[in-house]
Design a protein around this ligand. Sequence first.
Ligand code: ADP
Ligand code: MG
Length: 703
Amino acid sequence: MFLAKTPVNVLRGVGEKYSESLASMGIYSVLDLLTCYPYRYEDRRKMAEIGTVLPGDSAWLRVRVMDVDSRRLRNGRTVVNVVVEDGGETLNVVFFNQPWRARQLRQCSQIWIFGELAVHRSKVQMVNPTVDTSPEPPQLGLLPVYPASEKASITSYDIMRFVEEALDRTGEVADPLVPAIRQRLDMWDRTMALRKIHRPSDPRDVSLARRRLAFDELFWLQIHLAIADDRRKRSSTGIRHDIACLDENEFFGILPFELTKSQLDAVYDIARDMSGDLPMHRLLQGDVGSGKTVVAALAMLIGVQGGYQAALMAPTEVLAEQHALSLRSLMSKALVRNDSAIGGIRPIAIGLLTGRMPSAHRKRILDDVANGRVDIVVGTHALLSEAVSFGNLGVVVVDEQHRFGVEQRLSIRSKGVDSGSHDPDVLVMTATPIPRTAALAIFGDLDQTVINEMPKGRQPVQTVWIREHKDEEIVWDRVRLEVKEGHNVYIVCPLIDDNERLEATSTAQELEKLSTGPLLGVDIEVMHGQLPANAKAEIMGKFKAGDVRVMVSTTVIEVGVDVPNATVMVIESAERFGLSQLHQLRGRVGRSDLPSWCYVIGNPTTQDGERRLEAFVSTTDGFELAEMDMDIRGEGAILGTRQAGRSGFKLATLRRVDREFVDKARSLAIELVSRDPDLAMNPLLRDEVEMFISGTEHYLVSG
Ligand code: ADP
Ligand code: MG
């Protein structure tokens, strides 16, 4: 693109020094400059007279200079006091630290000033107004305010000047959207949008300009995803899984409960994908506790009944172990064909593979996986290691996707049948719901299924916020009561200083506090990430079996752990947790028809912390909370703090407000790519997409 290749120093105002300053802000080309958007606007539309402006209002005034007086303060600074008048009324104008104003204004009789009328010692005055000495009326409108940088010694005004020059010297900007499409979308052309975002006459201009420019950013991303999706489809060969098993009673009969309508719909979505020519590439969303795991298990069962292997990849060891346990019990009634015996059947073999296994054990599992003796293998990212090869991999379930990188998702795909002659079906699940706008932007190349119903009989978890330690007694009363009823209790402590070694300390202190105080005489187990794998598994086993009812833990239990009998979740120092983390933790209880409670103990010191806990106790709906989290923390909430602010978007957001654009961008992208898969007919757009993607962190671009 022409503007992208034109360095900023072609502008008259930009010399060597400013080039450097701009470069330090990441502005190299004229295009960079034109896409350095104002972050707010000062309203300079009002013209008034001294007598009609109210304190607090801002306006342009046409005034006569009556008196100019310059004084030096003891601290060395200069104050210039000017008395101005506009036909009857006078006003004091004060300039701090602008000594030249004395000379400038003595030579003027009439000037324009713009500023806010303020009251000082019961007299009105205007401090440091903008001055315009030309006789013509000033331009009325919104003044753009740019991200100035003191470090680079560049002001908002400098940037405004450069942008003005760039706009004046730039003619029509090329637009990859033809007029017919723009009309259909009700969007401005790009030239108009760029001009108006920098020089709006009113707020309506800003919103219409933003509408077009934010759309472009989301459109680039959606084009990229659509191309990736199209290539993947063209280059992959799916396994046509036999789904006749769904018609047999035994298939659903292995479950101890009936699926919800929503779960059934999800199973049929998945079955349709799996039986098709193309590999499944689907995102399964649902609130915590809505029963995603069961649905994923059935997807694996379809594959296994047809003679393929399935893999389930979880983000933590605890979760992998949990999954292996619950799959074993869920599949205990399921049988598969045994080809070595005529008409024979055998139980399903489930293996577990994690990084910390003793090596002899690990070797045996690897061998079983390679030889197809294991039907379903559950593991952490250890599944991705080179050492793992599958005999006949047909289905992959990736749990809690946002903890895995995109590369990891791709790399397990490549472990497919016959080293890639067929691609396995892939089902991705997220731990907590992701707002629709964000899901379409981040996982736009995946088909999406949402489970929007909870199993029958579930009661919302009663959530109570305890601010003061002195009010804690009701928590421990409840804990003692529930333990007596034979129910389980989690007590979660945050990490101290993010240092994993201290995990043990924080849980040990909590144990000490409880076992010598409010929970004296109650059996308590401690769980944290630093325990050896077998110890963790043993503790979880005891907890699940009810041999011990109270578990003090760090957030290792955050995702996926499933103990339906647990009815109380206590979260200490709750202000330290993120909203989705809190929601995950709360999701550990309320997993049966028993009433359940979540106590959050914490007294936030920040406004965000306050808003988070307020939001948390206000609803148990995970999708609603995810939207709120976006509003409080921005995109970082969804993308992980590490990745916050690097989405490559300058204007667009993944929030609710931009949903309309995401939907439009997505359908247009799909339409365009289906007609012109490599964008050969729209090289301008192709270049723009490439430029956008190369400047974007990888995570936004799945597939
Ligand atoms: P998620 O992974 O979506 O958080 P799980 O799949 O772990 O939820 O399910 C939560 C709990 O609900 C588990 O104990 C599971 O066995 C149970 N469950 C799932 N589906 C149903 C259903 N349709 N009826 C009753 N219980 C269910
Ligand atoms: Mg789960």
